[in-house]
Design a protein around this ligand. Structure first.
Ligand code: LLP
Length: 419
C-alpha cells in the first residue's frame, strides 16, 4: 500500500501532482511519500508488539537524512554499514544508543568512530574483526558491545546476488565455529558480549527460510546461554520482500511477526530488526521523461532521460519495476523496450513491456524505487546525481539537490605538472 495514485487524470504523490514537481525541478528525480514511509514503519513495528524490540531501519536502502529523520521521529534506530551511514543516522537525529553496525569489512577508523559515538552494538562477522575491535576499544579505553552475526546456512530463495545466509556467502560466522568464537570473545577485556545476530538475504518472498533460520538461532541462543554466555539481544536482520509485480505476494509483516513470536516464545531477550526495503521500497518512485521514440530493427524503443546510473536494479539484478505513464492514458497499448541514454547495452529498464503509445516530453514513473534506487546511483557517463524530493500531504521539498556541473568539476584537479 502506498500513496502514489491517479487523481484528475494524473499521477500524484499524496496530494501533489508529479507533473508539478517535474515542472519545478526538472527530470529525472526520485520522489518519496512521507505517509507511506510512516505507514510501513508503523505496520512493521506494531505487528511485532508486544515483543521487547528495537526496529533499526537499514539505512543502505535509502539514506537521505530527511527519510531517516521521518523514521527517527517514530522511534526507529538505524542499521548501518559504514562511518558515512553512522554520520547520516546521527545527522537525522537517531540516538547513538539505537545504532547497530553491520558489515564484513569495518575498518579500525570506522570502529573507533562508532565507539566514540557510543553505538548500541557491533555485529561482528569474523575472528580478525573481533580482535581488531578489541584493540581499537582498548586504545580508546572503551568496551565494545557486540553480537556475532551467525551464518545459519539457509538459502533465502532470493536472487543469488542478495542472498547472504548460505555457508558459501561471505557473511557471518560459520555455524560450526560459533561456540569457539564466543569463548574467545568472552576472554577479551574490551569486548562485551550481548547477543546473536543474523541476516539471510533480501527481497525474501517466502516465510519458510525465515522460520528455519530463526529456529536455528533460537536453539543456538539456548545452547550459548546454557554455556554461560550472555545472550540478552537477538538481531534477526531484515530481508522481508515487497511486491514489485502486481501478482507478487510476499509474506505480510504480520505473517513475519507471527513466526518470530512463535519461534522465540519464552526466550527472555530484546529483539532487533533491520528492515530496509520493506520501509522504503514502495515509498518512492523515479520520475523520468521520454526523450525519443525510436523505431529500429522491428522494435519500438522508449528512450528516457533516466539511465542505469540512476536506477541500476534492472541491469544489475534483472529486477522488475512497474513503469507507468504519469498522465493517465487510454492510448492503445504496444510492446516497447524502455531504455536509458547511457552508452551500455545493459542500460535497459524493460524489454517488450506493454505501454500506451507515448510521445517525447511525456513522463513515466518507476514504482517501488524508494529502496536501493538513489543509494545505488552513480555519476557514470558524467551524469549528475538526480534530485530527491519528499512529499508530505500537499507540499514537497527538495531533499537532495542536483549538483551543478561547476560544483562537480570543482572537486577535481589537474596536477601542476600537467599544466
Ligand atoms: N541488514 C543487513 C545486515 C543487510 O545486509 C541488509 C541488506 C539489510 C539489513 C536490509 O535488508 P532489506 O530489509 O532491505 O531486505 N541492492 C539490493 C539489496 C541488497 C541488500 C543488502 N543488504 C537490491 O536492490 O535488491
Amino acid at each position: 500500500m502506498d500513496y502514489f495514485n491517479y487523481k484528475k487524470g494524473g499521477l500524484y504523490a499524496e496530494n501533489v501532482p508529479l507533473a508539478e514537481i517535474a515542472d519545478a525541478v526538472g527530470t529525472p528525480f526520485y520522489c518519496y511519500s512521507s505517509a507511506t514511509l510512516e505507514r510501513h514503519y508503523a505496520v512493521f513495528s506494531e505487528s511485532l508488539a508486544p515483543l521487547d524490540r528495537l526496529v533499526c531501519y537499514a539505512v543502505k536502502a535509502n539514506s537521505n537524512i530527511a527519510v531517516i529523520k521521518i523514521l527517527a521521529k517514530l522511534g526507529a534506530g538505524a542499521d548501518v554499514v559504514s562511518e558515512g551511514e553512522i554520520r547520516r543516522a546521527l545527522a537525522a537525529g537517531v540516538p547513538a544508543k539505537k545504532i547497530v553496525f553491520s558489515g564484513v569489512g569495518k575498518t579500525a577508523a570506522e570502529m573507533g568512530f562508532a565507539l566514540k559515538t557510543g553505538i548500541y552494538q557491533f555485529n561482528v562477522e569474523s575472528e580478525p574483526e573481533l580482535f581488531a575491535l578489541n584493540e581499537v576499544a582498548e586504545s580508546l579505553g572503551k568496551k565494545a558491545p557486540i553480537a556475532f552475526r551467525v551464518n545459519p546456512d539457509i538459502d533465502s530463495g532470493s536472487h543469488k546476488k542478495i542472498s547472504t545466509g548460505r555457508k558459501e556467502d561471505k557473511f557471518g560466522i560459520a555455524f560450526a565455529d560459533v561456540q569457539n568464537i564466543y569463548d574467545k570473545a568472552k576472554k577479551l577485556k574490551n569486548i562485551e558480549v550481548k547477543g546473536i545476530s543474523t541476516h539471510i538475504g533480501s527481497q525474501i518472498m517466502d516465510i519458510a527460510p525465515f522460520a528455519r533460520a530463526f529456529a536455528k538461532i533460537r536453539e543456538l541462543a539456548e545452547e550459548l546461554k546454557a554455556h554461560g554466555t550472555n545472550i540478552e539481544r537477538i538481531d534477526l536482520g531484515g530481508g522481508l520482500g515487497i511486491p514489485y509485480y502486481g501478482s507478487d505476494n510476499p509474506p505480510s509483516p504480520r505473517d513475519y511477526a507471527d513466526v518470530v513470536k512463535k519461534v522465540m516464545h519464552g526466550l527472555d531477550c530484546k529483539f532487533i530488526f533491520e528492515p530496509g526495503r520493506l520501509i522504503a521500497g514502495n515509498s518512492g518512485i523515479l520520475v523520468s521523461k521520454l526523450v525519443y521514440v525510436k523505431n529500429s530493427g522491428g522494435r519500438i524503443f522508449y528512450i528516457l532521460d533516466a539511465g542505469m546510473n540512476d536506477l541500476i536494479r534492472p541491469s544489475f539484478y534483472d529486477a522488475y519495476h512497474e513503469i507507468i505513464s504519469v498522465k493517465k492514458s487510454t492510448a492503445k497499448k504496444q510492446l516497447v523496450d524502455i531504455v536509458g541514454p547511457v552508452c551500455e547495452t545493459g542500460d535497459v529498464f524493460a524489454i517488450q513491456r506493454e505501454m500506451p503509445a507515448m510521445k517525447p516530453g511525456d513522463l513515466v514513473a518507476f514504482r517501488s524505487a524508494g529502496a536501493y534506487g538513489a543509494t545505488m546511483s552513480s555519476t557514470y557517463n558524467s551524469r549528475p546525481l538526480i534530485p530527491e524530493i519528499l512529499v508530505q500531504g500537499g507540499k514537497f521539498a527538495v531533499i537532495r539537490k542536483k549538483l551543478t556541473y561547476d560544483e562537480i568539476l570543482a572537486s577535481e584537479k589537474i596536477p601542476g605538472w600537467l599544466k
